[in-house]
Design a protein around this ligand. Structure first.
Ligand SMILES: [Zn+2]
Length: 446
């Protein structure tokens, strides 16, 4: 890094912040990442379909990609890169191959959200001139910070005498739970001894580091379409099959799915629409729902019940329900051996004044696909949080970060990678010790 490091981190983060792109539309973002990665100089760089099998992607939008490709083109994205990303195959994997040593993965996510960023002059990105330049889209979760970390770690390790293999996953479509699975199934995820995933903030203040989260909720997104028969609401309502009515029954009963004695579950219908006019029996209804569980099995239980409820509600009204699982992610917990190592490293990082070895997550994340893959292959994984003072919560128009956390994240990640190299192989706890994650894969009864 030629500029003073903090300035360079800030300018990178701000440049990503100005160009937020939602899931599977990260064309400008990927092109920018590739440009930076080429500048750093890596041993292998795979973009889009070279990084994963496009068939493994989940929650890919059917339409709407073209304007994003056009915008990326206008912003000077490399034409051959855009061609390779055709169909929304965004994201990249960068690899440093530096001789004998551990194989370490780092996963960062790259997508923005459909949120209109605030124009309030008190909002720093407005005041400092790096507010989102794309209407209705915003980096409101801090993935601009994550990408900056990914690049800075890559650069720092590339310039060091690190011996081993470093694989950095620049994962698209985290917000829709669509990008974790293809990354985890790719060849780049095989043979990893360690996996580090990281998030900024999440209500933890600047100077605090969580070495590894526990109990992320397994989650699935489910779309339900109900097809009925339209009819005149006055003349012949009896001739219709009311998709609106079926939808109403489905929603009410979805919230009536019993809790489970094995642990916590969640269900929600977050979006619903049906019908065309007050005097028409609605022919079609559409809902976007989700189910979560404390374990993957509990999520599966809730998902099965949700599906049954929607199909039954449709049938009761003479309609048909089409249920589609758009995306899903399992539960995976951080390994205690890595939590301990990250805690130790973070404790020595300048500016970090509080280290929490483990904390419950309470939300969902598709990094769990990669964590699960590495753990199944006998490796260790952790999902850490680097705190930042954020003025408002994640996914709000005034979300922002304290840019001092940029350096903290780089130092914790680079320090952890070097320590893993020094201590490899990190001794693993006795496999006989049952952890909650073991229960997570067990079937639970209806
Ligand atoms: Zn996020």
């Amino acid at each position: 890094m030629t500029e003073p490091i903090q300035d360079r981190l800030v300018s990178l983060r701000r440049s990503f912040h100005r160009h937020p792109e939602p899931a599977w539309r990260e064309f400008t973002t990927t092109a920018r990442l590739v440009e930076e990665i080429r500048g750093i100089g890596v041993d292998e760089l795979a973009v889009g379909p070279d990084a994963y099998d496009p068939a493994d992607r989940m929650a890919v939008p059917d339409a709407d990609l073209e304007p994003w490709i056009e915008r990326a083109r206008e912003r000077g994205a490399d034409e051959s890169l855009l061609e390779r990303m055709t169909g929304g195959n965004t994201g990249a994997v960068a690899i440093l191959e530096r001789g004998d040593g551990p194989s370490i993965g780092l996963r960062v996510d790259i997508d923005g959200l459909f949120i209109e960023e605030s124009t309030d002059p008190d909002h720093d990105p407005v005041d400092e001139g790096f507010r989102s330049e794309i209407d209705g889209t915003m980096h409101a979760c801090g993935h601009d910070v994550h990408m900056t970390w990914g690049l800075a770690v890559l650069e720092s390790i590339a310039e060091s005498d690190f011996a081993g293999r470093l694989v950095v996953f620049f994962q698209p479509a985290e917000e829709t739970g669509g990008g974790g699975c293809p990354m985890a199934r790719s060849d780049f995820a095989s043979g990893l001894d360690y996996l580090l995933a990281v998030h900024v903030g999440l209500d933890h203040p600047t100077g605090e580091v969580i070495a590894g989260i526990e109990k992320p909720l397994a989650m699935c997104h489910v779309d339900v379409t109900i097809e009925g028969t339209s009819a005149h609401a006055g003349k012949a309502p009896n001739e219709g099959a009311n998709a609106m009515h079926a939808m109403g029954s489905g929603i009410v009963n979805a919230y009536g799915i019993p809790r489970h004695s094995d642990g916590m579950t969640r269900v929600n219908v977050g979006r619903a629409e049906a019908g065309t006019a007050s005097n028409v029996i609605a022919e079609r209804a559409h809902m976007e729902c989700e189910a979560r569980g404390e374990t993957t099995a509990l999520m599966e239980y809730t998902k099965r019940r949700l599906e049954r409820t929607m199909r039954s509600a449709a049938k009761m009204h003479g309609c048909r329900a089409d249920v589609e699982v758009v995306s899903e992610s399992p539960r995976a917990d951080s390994d205690p051996e890595l939590q301990a190592l990250v805690s130790e490293v973070a404790g020595g990082v300048a500016g970090v004044d509080r280290v929490v070895p483990a904390a419950d997550f309470g939300a969902s994340e598709d990094a769990t696909f990669l964590m699960e893959r590495v753990q199944e292959d006998g490796g260790l994984a952790t999902y850490m949080i680097v705190g930042t003072d954020h003025p408002t919560s994640h996914h709000t128009p005034t979300f922002d970060v304290d840019e001092r956390s940029l350096q903290h994240g780089v130092d914790v990640l680079v320090g952890t990678i070097r320590e893993l190299e020094a201590r490899h192989p990190v001794p693993q706890a006795d496999a006989g010790d049952a952890t909650p994650a073991d229960d997570a894969s067990a079937e639970v009864g209806e």
